[in-house]
Design a protein around this ligand. Sequence first.
Ligand code: UGA
Length: 473
Amino acid sequence: MHISVVGSGYVGLVAGACFADLGHEIILVDNDQLKLSALKSGAVPIHENFLPELVARHRGKRLNFSGDLSEAVRASSAIFIAVGTPATDQGDADLSYVESVAREVAGAINGYKVVVEKSTVPVYTSNWIRTVMSRNGAAPDSFDVASNPEFLREGTAVTDFLYPDRIVLGADHERCASLLREIYQPLTSGDYYRRQHAIPKPDRAHIPPTLLVTSAKSAELIKHASNAFLAMKVSFINAVASICESVGADVEQVRQGIGSDSRIGPRFLNPGIGYGGSCFPKDLAAFRAVARECGYDFRLLDEVIRINEEQRHLFLRKVRSALWTLKGKHLGVLGLAFKGGTDDIRESPAILLIQTLLQEGCSVAAYDPAATERAREVLSSKVEFASSPYEAAAGADALLILTEWDEFATLDLHRLYSKLQYPIVVDGRNLYDPQIMTAHGFTYYSVGRQTIPPESQVVAAAAAGRKSKPKNR
Ligand code: UGA
């Protein structure tokens, strides 16, 4: 199948490379010339497992890059729109990029085409695309508009695309549904998974994936509702974590207890400093705005968002209770990305927290395995960027853990202890067992679990044969 994918951001680039791996002929279209020439020369602008392999495998063969949308449309049966839908100041999605693509596609139509929304868009967008295309001269029987939402996560985008839990095809007509079925046939038939060079199956993947054919409006809602539900799970456990702290319970035990109920499931129940990224914050605001426009006041979403913001304030309060005053304190920070496994810092709670700490007069030395370059562009020159967790910790009054990178969960605790000015760790991602941290001489704060007070720490540290007093700078 000849396919155009418009927009070479996260979704577009991953979808284009994966469609090529399924065996389709792909033209990836972007109007950013710099990005295009980087892609044409083999650069992969995002940090994503298996993406460099796929781009190298198909670039110049089944995966080509172009700035000419009209030409790409003429050469394709399906056009996937994967351009940005940023939030406006009012929180709803700015669909002007989608509209201008629809206009240009309409002008280039030379036979039946399926136009597919791949970007996350509010319900009714498929109707609008249809209207815009008709207004711009596309004959009604020359195209269909479908919604095929993408559920990939950053960091595991390629395997999420190729081993999805479900494929949702929102198509209002059979002709369009059958063309989309054909595109995904290598996955739904299981054929792709038998190929010698298939990207390896991740744990937990069910193959072949479930295929759901729905109306376009239902598909649009499935995407927004899925992200809102996942964000709600995160805010729910964060709220439970606050209660755990008040009553002296352990949120990790509570989480295990809740998550063992197969109706609830254990995933997306990790407490922390709140969700971030380019999707949840934007999609919740957009879904809330869509609901309001449709006459439904979705106050549950307001609360999910409020709890998420509150979570950062609670973390700051913890840093204060560990250090008393903040002005003039030097902090080591582990993590800049909005979650582990990515270099993306958009809406990263770590960045927001660092900015607040700087405003409070702290100095910061930060380390992240992938996101340093991006963070350098947004953080003030007051932040020092370290080249290892231990360098970030060196001489710090406390160490803050802000991103759930695997690397941060396996630190050499003796080495870490020897680097810090005071053995204080404030962990926003619950990467360590409090008892182990205490046994290593740390005063350890985490989320939804008790902090063992310094007095008992002296005893514990003495038992572990370690010093617990502040060290000289
Ligand atoms: C999210 C969804 O998981 C994808 O299914 C969806 O396709 C994507 O948005 C999108 O709409 O494009 P992503 O933004 O990559 O994917 O990140 P997640 O893995 O969902 O994490 C989001 C945030 O929640 C992160 O800040 C993470 O640290 C936080 N989180 C996640 C928690 O605090 N606790 C958890 O248990 C899980």
